[in-house]
Design a protein around this ligand. Sequence first.
Ligand SMILES: [Zn+2]
Ligand SMILES: [Zn+2]
Length: 244
Amino acid sequence: MNRSNNDNTDPLKAINDYISSIDGVREYVIVLDGYPLYWGKNVDEEKAEELAALATDMISSFHKYSSISGDEYVIISTETPSDYTGAARLKPNLYLLVRGKPSIVRTILLDVYHYLNNRLTCPWCGGDLSLNIVKCRNNHSLPVGLDTCLICGSRIEYFECPSCGRPVDPHGNKVVLRTPRENIITSLIIMAATLALIGIAVKTYHTLSLLSLIILFSSTLFFALSFSLLYGGLKKKQPVRLRK
Ligand SMILES: [Zn+2]
Ligand SMILES: [Zn+2]
């Protein structure tokens, strides 16, 4: 982690880069002092001004809001059957409005809040996880904090910390990867069966009968097959969530 490099990065530009690369976002705008500063996805300059006005409207009307921490930061959302709009007052003069899939929008607003305030850190190495993008099985780019990809429905059990590479669950808990017990048991059974077959083949080999040759041949095939099964079964790891 390069701290001095991080400090030199414009935080609002970092937020813009982050939101622009997340899937499931339809429109967004970052509003500073009432004017759109950054916008993206399907937003042009005219639309950005319209959304900036909407963000200001939503935040000043406070018709439905939830406070993340005390009364300084406010998230407001409006939901229609087809759309979801979330707006957050991140600082007195800094607003963020995001439109798209509900959970993705809410998670982005929270992640940006964490980025500007109490950063989410890796439980293994303490590295910064704020504005980290998580990939689902189908390569959708998502914010940290979702258990399920809202686009394809695949579960997100863990992601790798960008600093240390160790597995972390979507809520910032440690995850360890373990070989499932049934895979170990299956592997042991396969190994025993293979040894037994080879034993039979070796024992009957001196007779050089057709049968022993067949057994020897099939035990070689079985050995190759069981070795690949053994390797695959022991290599397959399951994530197990550790409590903090
Ligand atoms: Zn997905
Ligand atoms: Zn880490």
